[in-house]
Ligand binder design. Structure first.
Ligand code: SF4
Length: 352
């Protein structure tokens, strides 16, 4: 009994200290960050999200971030401060699918509404400026918010021909040059999507442009919100953590936040009981498919893939690929085009 009392006391002291740290950080951010661009409460009311729904959401998000309920008010404050965090969003070798996935939500939940309030100092897809004016905006954002802005990167960096496969802007700088300049002045760098994290399809064999992820090319630590595309909830939760504690959440060995990528898809899949019972979809449209059996024999990569897709789902929690009837393709894992294909059909690896 004494051992368990000591353990409870140690845990409680740990969280008290963490709460103190959170308060100090939020007071510092209150002093340092620009005023809010949006009143979150007004925006939520406009979108039909009640205060009750917002409080429910803060509870879910607090527990998703592996924090006890005492942090809920601090998370609510971080959400209210979301529009104060300056973001510079760079695009390199990619399809813009991550931005599209975040922008085109039909039924916005609180996380999607927070994304709308984000203070985008520079984002090539959504800003009106182009050419020299766009470049001036980028330089101004880097000067005004030096060491305070978060650099978000979507897209891989081609290294071939000294980076000349991808030149951008009126001065024709290489993507590598721009990425170095901006990340050097940022408080932290967050990679959005499999391309920026690990290179994705651009880096798949034979990789003609010698593309790779940001961390590998620049030799810096990045927070990797992996996925093709990733879930908006994982991005929002990671920034909320930053607004609470002034740093990024604990990461796994390849830079992914553990709170979102700490478990295999297979561990919490709703079809798992069928896997354990040996009930598999053998071919598309068969009786097993109609009954919602396990998709492992149809190529599901859930046993090898770390992500929370089955828990948070997509489109306001409506569904996710396995629920819709297609196996996981392993898109949160590095090099999945080379290591996980064919995406349908027989798995090349043994199940866990
Ligand atoms: Fe779910 Fe895929 Fe695992 Fe089957 S193999 S239980 S469908 S994650």
């Amino acid at each position: 009994m004494k051992g368990s009392d000591d353990y409870s006391k140690a845990v409680s002291n740990h969280y008290k200290q963490l709460m103190e740290y959170c308060k100090i950080n939020q007071e510092r951010l209150d002093r340092e960050l620009p005023p809010p661009r949006e009143d979150l409460n007004e925006l939520l009311a406009e979108r039909g999200v009640s205060r009750r729904d917002f409080i429910k959401w803060t509870s879910v998000m607090t527990s998703a971030l592996m924090l006890p309920p005492m942090f809920r008010p601090a998370l609510a404050k971080a959400a209210e401060n979301f529009s104060r965090l300056p973001i510079v969003w760079l695009h390199f070798a990619e399809c813009t699918g991550c931005t599209e996935a975040f922008l085109r939500t039909s039924y916005p939940n609180v996380a999607d509404i927070l994304l709308e309030t984000i203070s985008l100092e520079y984002h090539e897809t959504v800003m009106a400026a182009a050419g020299h004016q766009a470049e001036q905006n980028l330089e101004k954002a880097m000067a005004d918010f030096k060491n305070k802005f978060v650099c978000v990167i979507e897209g891989a960096l081609p290294r071939g021909l000294n980076g000349q496969y991808l030149r951008l802007g009126p001065k024709g700088k290489t993507a590598i040059q721009i990425a170095k300049e901006v990340t050097h002045k940022a408080a932290t760098t967050v990679c959005i999507g499999a391309c920026a994290c690990y290179g994705n399809i651009q880096a798949a064999r034979p990789n003609p442009t010698d593309a790779a992820g940001i961390s590998k090319v620049l030799g810096i630590s990045t927070v990797n919100i992996a996925g093709c595309p990733p879930n908006a909830v994982n991005f929002v939760g990671t920034l909320l953590h930053y607004l609470m504690f002034g740093g990024m959440p604990p990461l796994d060995s390849i830079g992914r936040p553990i709170w979102a990528y700490g478990q295999r898809i297979h561990a919490v899949c709703e079809r798992r009981a069928h896997y354990d019972a040996g009930e598999f979809v053998e071919e598309w449209g068969d009786d097993g498919a109609k009954r919602g059996w396990c998709l492992y024999k149809a190529g599901c990569k859930g046993p090898y893939t770390f992500a929370n897709c089955g828990k948070v789902r997509f489109n306001d929690g409506v569904s996710w690929p396995v629920m819709a009837g297609h196996g996981c393709i392993g898109c949160t894992e590095p090099g999945f085009w080379d290591t996980m294909t064919p995406l349908d059909g027989t798995n090349r690896r043994r199940a866990i």
